[in-house]
Design a binder for this molecule. Structure first.
Ligand code: NAP
Length: 455
């Protein structure tokens, strides 16, 4: 039996070893999840909500324990890990309080005595999840899925298995029935067998484009519904009427939060030429002033990347972009120290066709792009295979809204960084995936939208 080790990216020390689960054992967990589904689906929203609130209580009561674990496994700063854990509690409470109304029957006027649409759970869902928000990504799918009456099996990223097992333990501790949620500690090659299992009814994946393509293809062959939350290269347009002080504060936080590893992070800054130099100067000063350091130190602004191989991959992308003609303004070299650290880096005069324009840079590296005017900025922003988030920075809200409506992305925010909020749908278009999480749209993704007609 193979084992996997989790490694602290700040120190390169081994945290723990786990035996990989054999695919047959994983399929037994799916069978148990199916058995659990048969009674879980009959429980009232009220019953399910009680347990979901208890889970939220656990996130709130033991925030520090879970936050330390996330930081240890993937290097997020401790302050941001606490924020992530607190957000999990809010998502649990949102769905505990709102699932019944979000899934309420919708009556439809027809010639029938009675006709309406009802939303019924599908069964066992498989979730393939990434490491960048090791608790939140799982709760974002699991809270609505469980409240809708589905049961869940999780294939989490290998480097955050401690968080994966902790989630399984917490859900049990909150009092959910045995089998409604299980962590499958399998490798990605075994995902196919799990998808093919007759009791797996749908699959949700949050992760990279290649992983999404592979899992969606297998699910497609098996005619199983999928939701795909994939990568992004979000563009933020900075117009000549923007307050450059505010724009650069937002850009700095947007590019460095979660050590630069957020799907909806601001990655491409498309700046109109009138304010390009001013933006670049201020942005450079601010990016340079932020402290890179141990993620456990309270005053660290950003820590290491989650793994050494990811750091090396990012560095290659930076070198490639420079070799293609971009200007390296700051950063761009691997520090001589232990850990997967990479400094805040700015690439300027980035243009279409360059690595830093066409592909996702998943780390603290910003691509700054010059646009002739508003129309050119929109064209550059939309010149991407991705379409997750996007933004506009302007002092004119109406102008911002007009542009936001033209951006090809699942979300467009004016004068604010894109955030995921349980009240709003979250997801992408183009190679950023399809389907939605959060809000009523998210909870209905994994239900049978069923028509009832009574003559
Ligand atoms: P990843 O390498 O794609 O891994 C994501 C998950 O997929 C992990 O559990 C991984 O398992 C598994 N996996 C990888 N290849 C697979 C395959 N061929 N078949 C089945 N499973 C496979 O992505 P990541 O590095 O963890 O996360 C970063 C990416 O996720 C970025 O592109 C980011 O933008 C995206 N992301 C998107 C969203 C969103 O909501 N749209 C949110 C967060 C992150 P192993 O760990 O065992 O390889």
């Amino acid at each position: 039996m193979s084992t996997i080790q989790t490694i602290n990216p700040a120190t390169e020390e081994i945290i723990a070893s786990y035996n990989r689960m054999h695919p047959e054992a994983a399929k037994e967990k799916v069978d148990k999840a199916h058995e659990a589904f048969l009674s879980w689906r009959t429980r009232s929203f009220e019953d399910r909500a009680k347990l979901m609130h208890t889970l939220a209580d656990l996130f709130e009561e033991k925030t520090e324990v879970y936050a330390q674990l996330a930081t240890e496994e993937m290097g997020k700063t401790i302050a941001q890990s606490r924020g992530e854990v607190e957000k999990c509690a809010r998502i649990c409470r949102y769905y505990a309080d709102n699932a019944a109304s979000l899934l309420a029957n919708t009556s439809v006027e027809t010639e029938a005595k009675k006709s309406y649409v009802t939303f019924q759970p599908l069964g066992v869902l498989l979730a393939v999840m990434p490491w960048n928000f090791p608790f939140y990504q799982v709760i974002r799918f699991a809270a609505p899925a469980l409240m809708a009456g589905n049961t869940c099996v999780l294939k989490h990223a290998s480097n955050v298995q401690g968080c994966a097992f902790k989630l399984e333990e917490m859900i049990e501790e909150a009092g959910f029935p045995q089998g409604v949620f299980a962590n499958l500690n399998i490798n990605s090659d075994s995902v196919k067998e799990v998808i093919e299992h007759k009791h797996v009814k749908a699959v949700t994946l949050t992760g990279s484009e290649p992983a999404g393509r592979s899992v969606a293809a297998i699910a497609g062959e098996n005619l199983k519904k999928t939701v795909m939350e994939l990568g992004g290269s979000d563009a933020y347009i900075i117009l000549e009427d923007a307050n450059i002080e505010d724009a650069t504060d937002l850009a700095t936080f947007g590019r460095l939060q979660n050590n630069g590893q957020t799907c909806i992070a601001a990655k491409r800054f498309v700046v109109v030429e009138e304010v390009y130099d001013e933006f670049l100067t201020k942005f450079t000063e601010k990016m340079q002033s932020k402290k890179m350091g141990k993620p456990t130190d309270e005053d660290t602004y950003y820590g290491p990347l989650a793994r050494i191989d990811l750091r090396d991959e990012l560095h290659e992308q930076v070198q490639k972009t420079v070799s293609q003609g971009a200007r390296l303004v700051i950063g761009g070299s691997v520090p001589k120290q232990k850990g997967a650290y990479y400094p805040a880096t700015i690439l300027a005069e980035v243009t279409p066709g360059m690595e830093g324009f066409d592909n996702e840079l998943f780390g603290p590296v910003a691509s700054v792009i010059k646009a002739k005017d508003e129309a050119h900025a929109i064209e550059l922003a939309n010149n991407s295979n991705f379409g997750l988030g996007s933004g506009v920075i302007t002092s004119n809200r109406e102008r911002g809204e007009r542009i936001a409506l033209q951006l090809e992305a699942g979300s467009s925010f004016v004068n604010k960084l894109v955030v995921s909020d349980p009240r709003l749908p979250f997801g992408g278009i183009k190679n950023s995936g399809y389907g939605r999480e959060l809000s009523g749209y998210g909870i209905r993704e994994f239900t049978n939208t069923k028509s009832i007609w009574i003559e």
